[in-house]
Write a protein that binds this ligand. Structure first.
Ligand SMILES: O=P(O)(O)OC[C@H]1O[C@H](O)[C@H](O)[C@@H](O)[C@@H]1O
Ligand SMILES: [Fe+2]
Length: 189
């Protein structure tokens, strides 16, 4: 009837949560995600770097329960575009989420199904509220790992398909040493 409460240790330096399930995404797992396909191919052939790791503590997909996870998003670029997470809508689209930045610097790209986008900068201490229905992707705009914690409903699920096909309407790139958020020339409505 009652589940057992627990506390776990989250290491703020490494992002590792003890006893968590670890997921690793390499650049080769992200075919079609970056704008510069040639730069993607070259980097995959050269070293196929790990783009990010997720340490998740997840419950059964039940309404009312909560999951939480840290993400360690490594610094790097594909062409001019900074490394990012795949990004997703929630399978149950009306589920919200909270992100809390722990280390490094970056930001979150959010987008409605109609393509209205927003970029929110994240530094240690920034808490981001992801409202229901908004897709979300994090971006590492710095030169050290960008680490954050996310808390989300256990029944939210991930819908990757829409973002995989259409991308986000904005991209985050480096131009003249600056972080620039601009329109994605490949964005399809
Ligand atoms: O699932 P991605 O879009 O690749 O993002 C990576 C991860 O970021 C956060 O930790 C979210 O809470 C996770 O649900 C998500 O899996
Ligand atoms: Fe999410």
């Amino acid at each position: 009837m009652y589940k057992e409460p627990f506390g776990v240790k989250l290491d703020f330096e490494t992002g590792i949560i003890e006893n968590a399930k670890k997921l690793v995404r390499k650049l080769s797992d992200m075919k079609g995600y970056f704008l510069d396909e040639q730069a993607w191919k070259e980097l995959v052939e050269k070293e196929d770097p790990v783009v990010y790791e997720v340490y998740a503590i997840e419950q059964e997909e039940k309404d009312g329960d909560l999951n939480f996870a840290t993400t360690v998003l490594y610094p790097g670029k594909v062409g001019k575009e900074f490394f990012f997470t795949k990004g997703h809508y929630h399978a149950k689209a009306d589920r919200a989420e909270i992100y809390f930045a722990l280390k490094g610097r970056g930001g979150m790209l959010l987008q409605t199904p109609e393509g209205k986008a927003k970029f929110i900068e994240m530094v240690p201490g920034t808490v981001v509220y992801v409202p229901p229905y908004w897709a979300h992707r994090t971006v590492n705009t710095g030169n050290e790992p960008f680490i954050f914690l996310a808390v989300y409903p256990a029944d939210a699920g991930h819908d990757y398909g829409t973002i995989k096909e259409k991308g986000f309407s904005k991209i985050v790139v480096e131009e003249d040493g600056k972080v620039v958020v601009k329109d994605n020339p490949k964005w399809k409505e």
